[in-house]
Ligand binder design. Structure first.
Ligand code: MIG
Length: 842
């Protein structure tokens, strides 16, 4: 029998012809035959309302175009008539705006115009060209018409577009890739994968985010492919000036997002796919984790050590060993005889407890989750009707089908005992790619079925959203169990839009300098791809960090919205239960600890300092997160988001902005004493020394072991507080410090609320806007506030940096002031009531 030739994974369709894999058996039979689908000629347009266009085509492929708003166009190619209009990623309300459009038939094309974009659909073959109206620049241009391919045996297996690009175009985003910031010249796939100890060029990692930014001739745009199959993005990897994007099935349903600024594209992508709610304040504190802390005495010991050593910490994590035989939602009673008591004692001391929940449910008739799930038909089955059974931690597991709304609801209720009765604060959803042990394929076979919210399908289509739907089920469940509490959920696998449900950590990284660099890139890339609540395993999961490496990692992680140390301890990868017993033995002998104090006095001091800084900056970080939710602009942004036309910003892409006002130059190399930092346009202050520095220059920054070079935008006001040991103590603070970095003009916001609950939705927050200006030799700081949250702060120590001469005259709300003034080395500090309106210093 002739064998079907194996084609490489990333092949484009062979061309031309309709008969593939030609090793004919004799006459007219083949191993398989394939069909190609295009739109062919576009013969007319059917218009629905003002913003939806259905193109009539001669070929089997169909094209619909929806204008969501002036800058966002949905383009939908389908082989045959379009299917159900359904998306896990895009918010329902994203499609409701009726934008003003006009359309015209020309000789060779149909033309759709919005206020900012001109979209041309070629009559000859349905190719698209999109130009920005104001600049006239073409930013999106098909090099070939839409192409679909199906085979008799496999059905539809490829939908594809090809776009013109060139090596000068910058390509950013695409979610979870460890590669350099600019993806031009490289090729990637999206398929959620348990990527233990990944390298920077691994094509597929834990998350699938088929969204990227292009930056061409100074103009930015975005492409989001809303397709859950394995998708592929080839950005000119073969130097043919083509970007090729394809998916292994479904529709080529994508969104073109106009700029012209990267920030605009980011904001619009978030409007499309959502932002998280405000996390509880404690989730932005420092967290300590390892695989695994047990038994109870060890957990208590750990908590005690943090307080004794005066290293702030808000959460302790329990990895899989807290469970009874890896049965989710149970406790190992030998190690944790009274979880409720332990959790409540930890809480007293300011520690939240976070526990792991996996999707793999142990096959065991005596286990309620298995028995109950089985009865409800909650677990995934194969085509044959058999349960999908495989090994993860338990030797045999089954998996809930989170794409079934009923299963999601049921799953949510399972948290009740841990969350409501025992007082667990947050949860950690691991292994939800879904990961399966023992097989190279790492996950389910393709023939596993999923409900897909009422339109049953196979795993190829549901794989990429499985983890996301698990976090959705968990998140919604927690919300239903305690509606007045902000859930904290940490997830691993996800898809575009998954940011609405879970924070994430980047997965099983390695303690190496290379991985510290990757940590920086990955968090930046996840943030610009929708996931601002992101962090890494500080110090590395696999292997042990050197003292210097751990300190540098902590210093970087001060600026990752999720900040947690995690390590593998003595566990080896892929351990089955038997090995796990060995690990338990090994744990006794050698703990391979990664707490902030394990590297001696000097490094403990440095690590404490980094974590303290995190707490001092929390009002700023929290405000920045709030800004992110309101504007859709990511919390972390590469320097080129600040000025996308400045070649140096593109070059110094490891430098990043945290919020609007801080710029961080991460130290990613061993032993360095100085580094070149690029300051983009505008004036900047050295955060540490208060020195005023002009923008658009490279500086040689001294690198100290105990801190990173950090810069503040001139005109900013940065709110900070005194060090506390946990966020619970933050709401008792009477003083806040406002550092004013003097300039001719500037504006900053400071958002504060109870740090928990939804009072803010009823106005229980305060958003303070500070404006900084100068008049002659006077520096003026004004404050205005909205909202009615009664913060504990009573006074503000306003620290003014960058005065051009020693001040002699102080006025607070129109009244001259002679007391409460303190002249520090680089600043003048004046203590004023927290709700001052205007301070004038000159
Ligand atoms: O196969 O629960 O990424 O953070 O410590 C490993 C044990 C399973 C993988 C997670 C890691 C966690 C570990 N888990």
């Amino acid at each position: 029998m002739a064998k079907l030739k194996k084609r490489p994974l990333h092949h484009y369709a062979p061309e031309p012809g309709v008969i593939a894999e030609k090793e004919a058996l004799g006459t007219n039979r083949y191993e398989d035959v394939y069909y190609e689908h295009t739109t062919g000629k576009i013969t007319g347009v059917y218009k629905v309302g003002n913003h939806h266009f259905e193109l009539q085509s001669e070929g089997r492929a169909k094209l619909c175009l929806t204008v969501l708003n002036d800058d966002v166009i949905r383009i939908r190619f389908s082989v045959g008539e379009p299917g159900r209009d359904f998306s896990y990623a895009v918010l329902d309300q994203a499609g409701t705006q009726d934008a003003k459009t006009s359309w015209k038939e020309q000789k060779t094309a149909f033309l759709v115009t919005t206020a900012t974009l001109k979209i041309e659909i070629a009559k000859a073959d349905g190719s698209l060209t999109i130009a920005e109206r104001s600049s006239g620049k073409t930013v999106h241009q098909f090099a070939k018409p839409f192409y679909g391919r199906s085979t008799l045996n496999r059905g539809l297996e490829q939908v594809r577009i090809q776009l013109k690009t060139d090596k000068k175009e910058g390509i950013y985003g695409l979610g979870d890739k460890a590669w350099d910031h600019n993806l031009q010249g490289s090729e990637w796939a999206n398929w959620t994968e348990d990527a233990f100890a990944y390298g920077e060029n691994r094509k597929t990692l834990y998350r699938s985010v088929p969204f990227y930014y292009g930056l061409t001739h100074g103009t930015a745009y975005g492409i989001f492919l809303d397709n859950t199959y394995r998708s592929h993005f080839d950005f000119n990897s073969t130097k043919d000036n083509l970007t090729t994007i394809w998916a292994d099935g479904g529709e080529f349903d994508y969104y073109f997002i106009g700029g012209p600024l990267l920030n605009d594209v980011a904001a619009r992508y978030h409007q499309l796919t959502g932002t998280p709610e405000m996390p509880p304040l404690w989730a932005m504190g420092f967290h300590q984790c390892r695989w695994s802390y047990y038994p109870e005495s060890r957990v208590r010991e750990l908590a005690k050590a943090f307080r004794e050593k005066k290293i702030p910490c808000d959460a302790i994590y329990l990895d899989i060993d807290y469970m009874d035989g890896y049965r989710c939602f149970t406790w190992n009673k030998e190690h944790f005889p009274d979880p409720k008591q332990m959790i409540s004692d930890l809480k007293e001391d300011g520690f939240h407890t976070v526990v792991m929940i996996d999707p793999g449910i142990r096959v065991d008739k005596e286990y309620h989750v298995y028995a109950d799930g089985l009865e409800r038909g909650a677990f995934c089955r194969r085509n044959s009707g058999q349960l999908m059974v495989g090994p993860v931690w338990p030797p045999e597991c089954v998996w809930p089908d989170y794409t079934d709304p009923g299963v999601r609801d049921w799953w949510g209720t399972l948290y009740e005992e841990l969350y409501n009765d025992q007082g667990v604060s947050g949860f950690w959803n691991d292994m939800n790619e879904p990961a399966v042990f023992k097989i190279n394929h790492l996950t389910f076979p393709d023939d596993v079925g999923h409900n897909f919210d009422g339109e049953p399908t196979h795993h190829k289509k549901a794989h990429n959203i499985y983890g996301m739907q698990m976090t959705r089920a968990s998140y919604d469940g927690l919300k239903a169990l305690q509606p007045a509490k902000r859930p904290f959920l940490l997830g691993r696998a996800s898809f575009s839009g998954g940011q609405r449900y879970a924070s994430l950590w980047t997965g099983d990284n390695v303690a190496s300098w290379e991985h510290l660099r990757i940590a920086n890139r990955q968090c930046l890339r996840m943030a610009i791809s929708g996931f601002s609540m992101v962090g890494t395993d500080i110090g590395g999961f696999v292997d042990d960090p050197s003292p210097e490496m751990l300190s540098r990692w902590l210093q970087l992680a001060v600026f990752h919205p999720f900040m947690r140390i995690h390590s593998m301890g003595n566990n080896s990868d892929g351990a089955a239960e038997v090995e796990a017993e060995e690990v338990k033995q090994a744990e006794k002998l050698n703990r391979q600890d990664q707490e902030p104090w394990v590297h001696g006095k000097l490094h403990t001091k440095r690590n404490r300092k980094a974590i303290e800084m995190r707490y001092q900056l929390l009002p700023y970080l929290y405000s920045s997160f709030r800004q992110h939710i309101v504007t859709g602009v990511p919390v972390l942004r590469n320097l080129f988001f600040y000025d996308q036309t400045d070649a140096n910003c593109l070059k110094y892409a490891d430098q990043f902005l945290y919020g609007e006002d801080l710029m961080v130059a991460p130290v990613l190399d061993k032993g360095i004493k100085s580094m070149t930092v690029y300051l983009p346009g505008g004036d900047w202050y050295d955060f540490w020394t208060g020195e005023l520095l002009q923008g658009k220059q490279k500086i040689n920054a001294k690198v100290k072991p105990e801190r990173l070079p950090i810069y503040v935008r001139a005109g900013a006001v940065i709110p900070t507080v005194d060090v506390v040991q946990c966020t619970a103590d933050m709401n008792k603070l009477k003083h806040i410090e406002l550092s004013v970095f003097a300039a001719d003009s500037g504006k900053s916001t400071f958002y504060w609320d109870a740090g928990e609950g939804y009072g803010y939705a009823a106005g229980q927050y305060t958003e303070r806007t500070f404006t900084v200006s100068r008049k002659g030799k006077k520096t003026i700081v004004r404050q205005s506030a909205t909202g009615n949250y009664n913060a504990s702060f009573r006074d503000a120590q306003v620290r003014i940096v960058g005065l051009t001469q020693p001040p002699t005259d102080f006025t607070v709300d129109g009244v001259q002031r002679t007391t409460g003034i303190f002249y520090a080395k680089r600043a003048v500090v004046i203590t004023v009531p927290f709700d001052f309106e205007e301070i004038t210093i000159g």
